[in-house]
Design a protein around this ligand. Structure first.
Ligand code: ATP
Length: 365
């Protein structure tokens, strides 16, 4: 998958322009607050109609204008295609190959990219919820069926938790708890199996990327951690039985606390560098390298599933990395189109092959 041209009009601080990136590494270089992230954000919009910064649609319209438009020509699914997004009057209109679509969701599966931004460091720095979110959004992106299982699991869990609170006040309701247990276990077992399979795929690839980034100096390991004694090789039926045992054993704790204490919603993904937990012991550069490896691994899994190389968007990755690690990202990611923002002059000088876009007060040259 390759971006051939990107046109933007009234998009944040970017001055109207058309850019033609190269098929390899594209550096977007400039001082702080010039519009580098804005440019990456506009590309990411074509993945499904959302900002990776969590911005509202109206926020991307230039403050002095009443609409914004982005257009992209790209190569994907063995042909050249076009996509347009118009932001106007609190609404977003999407057009793909000249045909207007009902929803921005139509963009999903047309254009595919993986993004890294400094906020993704929360994958290591924050709690298990961030890591579960990362894995869940990846499995949901793989198959709509997985998204259905996840949403059913969360809905049933909420209903069970609210019943647990009611039972505390009205013990006679305890008999009705089993109504939620069976669907919770069924969907929970499928969810855990999908997560474990994905983490295995991701891990194999992330280990290789981390080895490349650290030039063989560090060993990365990623493993799924369950509070229900589930192991990587368990089948869905075995996972179901283990979840069931925990649920039954801890029923009285659940009633006392008003909360389901064990299950997929408490699981985690452990990220280990050289045998030590990355959250507790890794340096800033090591943490950044590990998250990058995970993101590149995510792209590699997507490539296998789609038969196409996703575009890689790297926002402000190079800071805190030493020259050897920077060199890997700038010169050794072969076969895919990469967009990478940076502020340091030395970074653009490191690039052996690629294209450099200079951003100065919204003007791209
Ligand atoms: N809707 C908008 N209209 C006009 N300007 C905007 C709008 N939204 C954001 N900006 C401006 O865009 C500028 C550039 O933002 P951006 O995040 O792209 O900077 P950057 O080059 O990535 O900087 P850094 O290196 O500091 O991350 C900001 O100074 C912001 O004020």
């Amino acid at each position: 998958m390759k971006v051939i041209a990107l046109k933007f009009e009234n998009y944040r601080n970017l001055k109207d322009n058309i850019i033609s990136p190269c098929d390899g590494v594209n550096i977007i270089y400039g001082d702080n607050a010039q519009g580098k992230t804005n440019l990456l954000e506009s590309l990411w919009f074509f993945c499904g109609g959302h900002s990776f910064r969590g911005s509202k649609d109206s926020e991307v319209i230039n403050w002095d204008r009443n609409f914004a438009k982005i257009e992209m020509r790209f190569f994907g699914q063995d042909r050249e295609q076009t996509a347009k997004i118009l932001f106007k009057g609190g609404k977003k209109t999407v057009e793909i190959n000249g045909v207007q679509k009902n929803s921005a969701a139509a963009l999903i599966e047309r254009f595919c990219a993986v993004v890294f931004s400094p906020e993704h460091l929360s994958l290591i720095k924050r709690g298990p919820g961030e890591r579960r979110k990362f894995i869940d959004s990846a499995i949901c992106r793989e198959k709509l069926k997985n998204a259905v299982v996840l949403s059913k699991y969360n809905r049933i869990l909420n209903q069970r938790n609210s019943l647990l609170k009611d039972i505390y006040r009205r013990p006679s309701l305890e008999d009705t708890l089993s109504v939620w247990d069976e669907p919770l276990l069924k969907n929970g077992a499928v969810l855990v199996k999908k997560r474990i399979d994905y983490v295995k795929m991701l891990s194999d690839r992330a280990v290789k990327y981390h080895d490349g980034i650290s030039k063989g100096k560090e060993e990365l390991k990623i493993r799924y951690v369950s509070g229900c004694d589930i192991t990587e090789d368990d089948s869905t039926d075995e996972i179901y039985e283990k979840l069931k045992t925990k649920l039954e054993t801890h029923k009285s704790d659940d009633i006392r606390t008003g909360f389901t204490n064990y299950g997929p919603h408490r699981d985690d993904i452990e990220i280990i560098i050289n045998g030590k937990n990355a959250k507790a012991f890794a340096s800033q550069g090591q943490q950044r390298s590990a998250v990058l490896s995970l993101k590149l691994a995510e792209a590699s899994v997507l490539r296998e599933r789609m038969g196409e190389e996703p575009v890689i968007l790297l926002d402000d990755v190079l800071s805190e990395l030493d020259a050897k690690r920077q060199d890997f990202l700038l010169n050794e990611l072969h076969g895919c189109q990469v967009f990478i923002t940076c502020c340091e002059k030395s970074n653009k000088e490191q690039l052996r092959n690629g294209k450099i876009f200079l951003l100065n007060n919204g003007v791209v040259s």
